[in-house]
Design a protein around this ligand. Structure first.
Ligand code: SAH
Ligand code: SF4
Ligand code: F3S
Length: 454
């Protein structure tokens, strides 16, 4: 008799933290003998790794869940798991809303998936949302890419931005030790990964919770120290990081990025608003003048650096004039990319219960006007690549044109060129840029760089 293998499916919503958590949870499931199924309807275990940053992200989860909950009535041995930020926010309330669920688990419990599932297979319905110390990641993630990889450096967030659910769903800041981070990157280097992105909701906070102070009274482990500590790992050619908070961004960090050849010239530093009064109400802890100084300093050291950010329009009480200050900041700085969102009131956050919430019409009008400007500025920024030689790390085939491969420049611009993915995957190729668009480039390959094997 042949026993067919059991299958799992994961759908991931939300940010890079969730994607990294999903890769680790997939690793755990494979370790338990499950096989990946692209189609959720063929899976025995379905896991939704959820996001609650805005209301529409949360609602999407409920519609997916509704469909699978129905299926469970025909297939009672189906295991339904909700992980991530909606799970943490709703906890037991989620079980009341969807009684078919077997497991509700917050992001801090991702590494405990095997344990939790075993309790489910023993016949229990489980909610795991209590705050815990995140156990060091000893699992082998099942990574989506063979070329680029995420490495968590700090979990959680201790900020209290008045619009944001992240601190309540991700918990307090917990830094991994420099040794554990370096060991993971070394393993990635040995496996042939060429690019790593160091991850944290507020990566500048790295190390504040680790013991040790220098003779000058500085924390011994800052994010800048971490960059120096990991930058020479053999095999890894590029290092990126996200997300930076303007309140803590230092010149020392900027200098390190300029000095360390593998650290890419791309900075993701959300500003949220270009108006000081709004920034104060958001409790962001900086002014637009300080933000501009940071960008000036970056450009002083690295004139060609790419700058991206996040911004929110229609924060409660935001006036037309205050919104125009955001437009002005975008106009002046010229972002390479900007993630924009209309303010969405979130449960348990201070701003959600303030009076003077703006209408959906005003919010969507401002969002459209901002997006229009963002596209114009990004197209202007793209112009500088025309005719230039750019180093592109090849990640994949272009899904829309199989004769092309795609990858990113050091500054994170998506770039396409003719080539065979089997030959070029994971290679650094000098590409002459022949076509520019707002958010991507096309070019001709000139030279493939030889890389030492590790
Ligand atoms: N830690 C990062 C971002 C985390 S959330 C930082 O501090 O910048 C990602 C982005 O979602 C935020 O930068 C913000 O622009 C947006 N966001 C967060 N809460 C939101 C809300 N309630 N409504 C709309 N956008 C929001
Ligand atoms: Fe949210 Fe602010 Fe923390 Fe970013 S820094 S995750 S916006 S609370
Ligand atoms: Fe969403 Fe949670 Fe990330 S709310 S943006 S998945 S931290």
């Amino acid at each position: 008799m042949t026993i067919s293998r059991r299958h799992y499916h994961i759908t991931t919503f939300g940010c890079q933290m969730n994607k990294a958590d999903s890769e680790r949870m997939a690793g755990i499931l494979e370790d338990m003998g499950f096989e990946w199924s692209e189609d959720p309807n063929q899976a025995d275990v379905i896991l939704y790794n959820t996001c609650t940053i805005r209301d529409n992200a949360e609602q999407k989860v409920y519609s997916y869940l509704g469909r699978q909950a129905k299926r469970k009535h025909e297939q009672p041995d189906l295991t339904l798991v909700v992980a991530g930020c909606v799970a943490q926010q709703e906890g037991e309330a989620l079980l009341r809303r969807v009684p078919e669920l077997d497991l509700v688990m917050g992001p801090q419990h991702a590494n405990r998936l095997k344990d939790l599932l075993q309790q489910v297979f023993d016949g229990n319905q489980i909610v795991a949302t209590e705050p815990i110390h995140i156990i060091e990641d000893i699992t082998k993630p099942r990574r989506d890419s063979k070329v680029t990889a995420w490495v968590n450096v700090i979990y959680g967030c201790n900020e209290r931005c008045t619009y944001c659910v992240v601190p309540s769903v991700r918990g307090v800041e917990q830094s991994r030790t420099p040794e554990a981070i370096r060991a993971e990157i070394e393993e990635l280097g040995r496996q042939g990964y060429k690019e790593i992105t160091l991850l944290g909701q507020n990566i500048d906070a790295y190390g504040r919770d680790l013991p040790g102070v220098t003779p000058e009274g500085r924390h011994q482990h800052t994010f800048t120290d971490l960059l120096y500590y990991v930058h020479d790992v053999p095999g890894v050619e590029r290092i990126r990081f996200a997300t930076s908070h303007p309140r803590y961004f230092t010149e020392r960090l900027i200098r390190a990025c300029a000095e360390l050849p593998k650290v890419c010239e791309h900075f993701h530093i959300p500003f949220q608003s270009g108006d000081n009064e709004v920034l104060k109400r958001m409790a962001r802890g900086y002014t637009h003048e300080k933000y501009r100084r940071i960008i000036d300093t970056i450009r002083g050291y690295m004139p060609d650096a790419a700058i991206s950010a996040d911004a929110i329009v229609g924060f409660p009480t935001e006036t037309e004039a205050q919104f125009e200050n955001t437009l002005k900041l975008v106009e002046d700085i010229g972002f390479d990319q900007l993630n924009t969102a209309a303010y969405s009131p979130r449960p348990g956050t201070p701003a959600a219960v303030w009076e003077n919430q703006l209408s959906e019409e005003v919010k969507s009008d401002r969002l459209q006007r901002l997006n229009h400007l963002v596209a114009i500025k990004a197209a202007e920024r793209s112009q500088r690549y025309m005719g230039r030689l750019e180093e592109v790390l090849v990640e994949d085939q272009n899904p829309k044109d199989k004769t092309q491969v795609m990858g990113r420049t050091r500054t994170n611009r998506l770039t396409f060129f003719n080539g065979d993915i089997n030959e070029l995957k994971g290679k650094l190729v000098k590409v002459k840029i022949t076509e520019v668009r707002a958010f991507s480039l096309t070019g001709e390959p000139v030279e493939v760089r030889e890389m030492a094997s590790v």
